[in-house]
Write a protein that binds this ligand. Structure first.
Ligand code: PNS
Length: 169
């Protein structure tokens, strides 16, 4: 899709639950892949949060939608994010911020992560205004109640969500 124009030596991690990936996440992946030499999308295996999709399904969906990006990899992880980042030789953690309400939680995590591993920096990227209201949680709620989620998630994810909720009825 695009040439790798990021700093070749910079490995960045974009972590999250991605249950499922939204167009907001995808926009951030696209933008971060321009400044990172390699961007590793880390999918948390958060069984305690009772995700709608298994970690294998979430990884599969992400791999499908980022297939066009040469410098983007997708990997599941367990345990501490900073340890996963260190294993991947990443110097940067990227998180998206949609609204001021995201900031407090993100700041807490960034400071805790810095305390655990000061050599790993966190950067916050502003969500594009078109995606500032989009979250995986709301997308699931809207489709479950029969609403239209067109344009909020990549088409293969929309199809999978429809199948999942059709099967549940
Ligand atoms: O998409 P989410 O659910 O907002 O992502 C949260 C995530 C995965 C970034 C966060 O829960 C996380 O880093 N979990 C790994 C465990 C960990 O490192 N906890 C300490 C964080 S300070």
């Amino acid at each position: 899709m695009r040439a790798n124009s990021g700093s070749d030596s910079l490995v960045a991690i974009y972590p999250g639950s991605f249950d499922p990936i939204t167009n907001g996440h995808l926009d951030l992946i696209e933008r971060a892949s321009k400044f990172a030499g390699k961007l590793v999308v880390g999918v948390l295996r958060n069984e305690s949060k009772q995700p709608l999709f298994s970690v294998e399904e979430r990884v599969e969906m992400l791999k499908e939608v980022v297939a066009g990006y040469r410098n983007v990899a997708v990997t599941a992880f367990d345990g501490l994010l900073v340890e996963f980042a260190a294993e991947q030789r990443a110097g940067l953690i990227v998180r998206g911020i949609r609204a001021v309400s995201d900031y407090e939680y993100e700041l807490q995590m960034a400071l805790m992560n810095r305390r655990l591993r000061p050599e790993i920096e966190t950067v916050f990227m502003m969500a594009s205004e078109a995606h500032s209201f989009v979250s995986s949680r709301l997308v699931k709620e809207v489709i479950k109640l029969g609403g239209n989620i067109g344009g909020l998630v990549p088409p293969p994810v929309e199809a999978r969500l429809k199948r999942r909720f059709a099967a549940a009825i």
